[in-house]
Design a protein around this ligand. Structure first.
Ligand SMILES: Nc1ncnc2c1ncn2[C@@H]1O[C@H](COP(=O)(O)OP(=O)(O)OP(=O)(O)O)[C@@H](O)[C@H]1O
Length: 304
């Protein structure tokens, strides 16, 4: 549904997007994660036809966003980070105006209800709180029954109840077969909502996979911890191929490792004649996978 190939975009001398390629399948929810300034917003703005790429191609349902603007507006809903409307427009006026752009708009009363804006219909944009402005921009993105939606920092600034509600909206979009490109800083949001996640750093895609596969591929896919009465040879544990880190933490020994490391650790302890107590084995998190894939220690940069 959305196809990005070798996208490159600079703002003046700053290369925001260096070389980004990925596809979003029809009906898929694809998350885009990455540090501040990684190029996420610039990428989705190119998909929305709001920026002209310096190189590469972008297609949405086969349309070129820069050429087929009208057709694109009808099929793609866009909620951008900190979108601004005219300060004096009311919520009701904005929804009526947007509705007029589409042949078959969603009855907006229902959207107001879902986004908890019913009693704000006569309030001007400038008098809405940040979270209410955000919810209005989500309503405007959905009013045209889009086949694909870009949601840039969907839940930033929303209170926990509103966040749950917009998450449910994304799940409903997915159930309706709508394709979603979701930029987020929330690991929880990405893990809960996304079929696949692209991790972007310094204008390039560092990893693209399902949340589970990203976690499983991380150096800390499994965290095994235990206490022991006998002395443990930590160096021997550290030397095991599946183990990436060993540390003592509050009286517990914590061993991070790849998938399968837990069994190797138990086998290693048996060889040392150590009986682990209070044994805990937990899956790693998307956070650890993310931190490993981004930041100054990415493989490209450490080779530079
Ligand atoms: N209009 C602009 N003019 C100049 N530089 C810009 C402009 N827009 C973005 N940039 C720069 O391009 C880089 C990528 O910005 P972008 O907004 O795409 O990042 P992002 O991944 O969305 O970041 P964040 O998580 O902070 O929203 C940043 O270094 C930013 O400062």
């Amino acid at each position: 549904m959305i196809s990005i190939s070798h996208l490159r975009k600079a703002h003046g001398s700053k290369i925001a997007v260096d070389d980004v390629s990925f596809e979003v399948a029809e009906g898929e929810v694809l998350g885009v994660l990455g540090p501040n300034g990684a190029g996420k917003t610039t990428t989705v703005e190119c998909v929305a036809g709001l920026r002209v790429p310096d190189a590469g191609t972008v297609r949405v349902a086969g349309l070129d966003p820069l050429v087929d603007r009208d057709a694109l507006t009808r099929l793609l809903g866009v909620q951008l980070q900190e979108s601004r409307l005219q300060p004096k427009i009311t919520v009701g006026e904005a929804l009526r105006l947007w509705s007029a752009l589409y042949d078959d708009p969603v009855p907006w009363g229902g959207l107001l209800e879902r986004l908890d804006l019913v009693d704000k219909a006569d309030t001007t944009f400038r008098d809405l709180s940040g979270g209410q402005q955000q919810r209005l921009s989500i309503a405007l993105a959905l009013i045209g029954r889009p086949r694909a939606v870009i949601l840039d920092e969907l839940s930033t600034g929303l209170d926990p109840r509103a966040r749950r509600e917009v998450w449910q909206i994304v799940r409903d979009l997915r159930a309706d077969g709508v394709t979603v490109l979701l930029v987020t800083h929330s690991m929880e949001e990405a893990q809960q909502l996304c079929d696949r996640i692209a991790i972007i750093d310094a204008g390039r895609v560092r990893a693209l996979d399902t949340p589970d596969a990203l976690i499983a591929g991380a150096a800390a896919a499994t965290v095994t911890s235990f206490t022991a009465d006998d002395a443990v040879d930590l160096e021997a544990l550290r030397a095991m191929p599946s183990v990436s880190a060993v540390r003592a933490d509050n009286g517990r020994i914590v061993v991070e490792g790849r998938d399968g490391a837990a069994l190797a650790v138990l086998e290693g302890l048996r060889r040392q004649n150590v009986v682990p107590a209070a044994l805990r084995v937990v899956d790693g998190t998307l956070d650890t996978a993310y931190l490993q894939l981004t930041g100054p220690s990415t493989p490209e940069e450490s080779r530079a």
